[in-house]
Design a protein around this ligand. Sequence first.
Ligand SMILES: Nc1ncnc2c1ncn2[C@@H]1O[C@H](COP(=O)(O)OP(=O)(O)OP(=O)(O)O)[C@@H](O)[C@H]1O
Length: 336
Amino acid sequence: MTPVVQLDAVSREFAGTAAVRELDLIVRRGEFTALLGPSGCGKTTTLRMIAGFLEPTAGRILLEGEDATRLPPERRNIGMVFQSYALFPHMTVEKNVAFGLKMRGIADSELRTRTGEALELVGLSHLAGRKPKQLSGGQQQRIALARAIAVRPSVLLLDEPLSNLDARLRIQMRQELARIQKETGLTAILVTHDQEEALELADSMVILDQGTVAQQGAPREVFRAPANRFVAEFLGYENFVELPDGRTVTIRPEHVEVLTPESTDSTPSDGTTVDAVLTAVRFRGTDCVVTAVSQGRTVLATSSDFELRSGRQVRVHLPAAHTIDLPRTKQELPTS
Ligand SMILES: Nc1ncnc2c1ncn2[C@@H]1O[C@H](COP(=O)(O)OP(=O)(O)OP(=O)(O)O)[C@@H](O)[C@H]1O
């Protein structure tokens, strides 16, 4: 099946500095792809190139299999929703939603049907006659979404669409987006720096690091097996431990076992066990989080042993089944 969006080695420079470098990306029909990464990694630049607002300095962009690298935005069948809702303040909700259809020369009766459908999809048909300023932030974002969907774009580009909403509304809108995408079979690319949003919504996530792909895959895969330290840190992994055999691994604190003579006197046979001293114990109610230091290496662990105190000598066990090997990134490799 021809991908809806395909980027072949796309690069974009600004005054000699690369914002996106040789990026390859494939988005298939009906797929929800999340582009994520820290500020400045090139997410918005990538989205703007797909929309046609920015030209790549190198590489090709294919839309529905056709070379669209130099195609102006209005000739790409793309819908966009931004962080700022960008609704026309003087137009009613209905006129806002109909705007893109009108621009495309859609006949009146068809225009009314599609506007009505789009408003129904976002659950706001009853507000059709209002002006944007008479709506809440969440409602305005729904209207922006309806406007983008009404034109039946081959791909919907979402640039941090939920980040202006408060936490509760953001979660509600996330579920709403998931529902709409499921109902309509929309192909969408979402730019976000919120990993939770990506984990919940995306079929595929692409983590960018300085304009290149650090890792791409299904959220579960990426979360379970981050490819390197950058991805692991971005996903919230906190333990980075160099093992005696030279490997660097990461492990979730809840998988690290803190052993004391009272808990066991045998050394587990799998994984790695090291002597350590506790330097901090934080009580959290149902468990505590301890910081253990072993030969300069720090490991965070959770434990339900409430007798543990700072200064205590323990052994720390990293079970093999839960340690994730992290190959070193280029920056971390010693230079020869
Ligand atoms: N018009 C521009 N002129 C010069 N540099 C730019 C321009 N647009 C983006 N950049 C630079 O390109 C890099 C990538 O920017 P981009 O906006 O794509 O990042 P981002 O991942 O979307 O970041 P954020 O999460 O902060 O929005 C940054 O270093 C940025 O400063």
